[in-house]
Ligand binder design. Structure first.
Ligand code: DAH
Length: 340
């Protein structure tokens, strides 16, 4: 038997519709209700189809009522839709997209590394390669190979952090924290054949009391240039170019004084005087590589010659940025580091 439609059925539908629409939270809910009541298989449509089974006198009345209800539902749904959309927009307004985001703190390059990068850049342009040594070295490369045998008085100047171990006759087995990047000279020469143009920036260690100009750890940059005909004049020219660029000072003055290092002969100190300054500053130790150093690497000193130098990276950084205490570099105080 076909279901009969009457005003009561329609009222029931209205009642259910009112309940449903009161509970909806989102546009998705609303879509569901729309199809439940107004869709092609929806409640109203179903009842429209039943009209034809009614006696003719009732058809008009029920038809009109259903139409009326359809319009009302439609209106409710439209209103509800607008309301929900408005609420979403209002909620979005709570997020003020014009408020600046949280600041991301960006790190700074440590001033020591600023200097190292600059050194690498300048020497790189002059054809120097960058080599890296090792902080944990052995006695042979750090001392003996550089013409500094165990009883050499110069060893005393470089108070050393030795690794706790039984002393070995084979000095390659006695470990220490390298006191100088010069330790890389013979290591490099053993693995490459001349000519060389190399710099070795890196950290070094000395067992010393600390004060404004001394630290237990500091950075050096070693350099050496070797070929069959390298002279002191080449050294002087290269250093002049380097310092002009490093301090961006074309009127910088430089001078060379005699010095002493076991691994160079002759040895010299290289000083600079910056524009407008009165004082000479000692910056680099250097010299012509001692024949014994070449011999340590198995190279023939009759056939090659060259210069070597070592500069204090901390010292150059202190001069460049007018920092008066080397310890600041190693305290990791953000207020200090932030300035670079
Ligand atoms: N290694 C020396 C030091 O720590 C610096 C130095 C001096 C390096 C002369 C050299 C050099 O290569 O030729 O004091």
């Amino acid at each position: 038997m076909v279901e009969k439609i009457n005003l009561k059925t329609i009222q029931d539908i209205e009642h259910r519709f009112n309940q449903d629409i009161a509970n909806i939270q989102s546009i998705e809910d609303l879509e569901k209700i729309k199809s439940k009541y107004l869709g092609s298989k929806g409640e109203l449509r179903k009842n429209f189809l039943l009209i034809k089974y009614l006696p003719p006198e009732e058809r008009k009345k029920i038809g009109e009522k259903l139409n009326q209800v359809r319009l009302v539902f439609q209106k409710y749904i439209n209103n509800k839709e607008n309301q929900i959309k408005k609420e979403v927009i209002e909620k979005d307004k709570g997020i003020d997209v014009t408020i600046p985001g949280k600041k991301i703190k960006i790190g700074h390059i440590h001033p020591i590394f600023r200097t190292i990068f600059k050194i690498e850049e300048i020497f790189g342009k002059m054809g120097f390669e960058v080599a890296e040594g090792q902080e944990l070295e052995n006695e042979w490369y750090n001392f003996d190979s550089l013409n500094m045998p165990a009883d050499h008085p110069a060893r005393d100047i470089q108070d050393t952090f030795w690794i706790k171990q039984k002393r070995n006759r084979d000095h390659k087995k006695n470990y220490l924290m390298r006191t100088q990047t010069s330790a890389m000279q013979v290591r490099y020469m053993e693995k490459h054949s001349p000519p060389f143009r190399v710099i070795v920036p890196g950290r070094t260690f000395r067992y010393e009391a600390t004060d404004a100009s001394h630290e237990m750890q500091f950075y050096q940059c070693e350099g050496f240039m070797v070929d069959s005909n390298i002279s002191v004049a080449n050294f002087n020219a290269i250093m002049n170019l380097f310092f002009k660029h490093f301090f961006a000072d074309s009127s910088i003055e430089t001078r060379m004084r005699p010095g002493y290092f076991p691994f160079t002969e002759p040895s010299f100190e290289f000083d600079i005087k910056l524009k407008g300054e009165k004082k000479w500053l000692e910056t680099v130790g250097a010299g012509m590589i001692h024949p014994n150093v070449f011999r340590s690497a198995g190279l023939n000193p009759q056939k090659i010659q060259g210069f070597a130098f070592g500069m204090g990276v901390d010292r150059l950084t202190m001069i460049k940025y007018k920092i008066d205490d080397i310890r600041l570099f190693y305290q990791n105080d953000i207020r200090f580091l932030k300035q670079f």
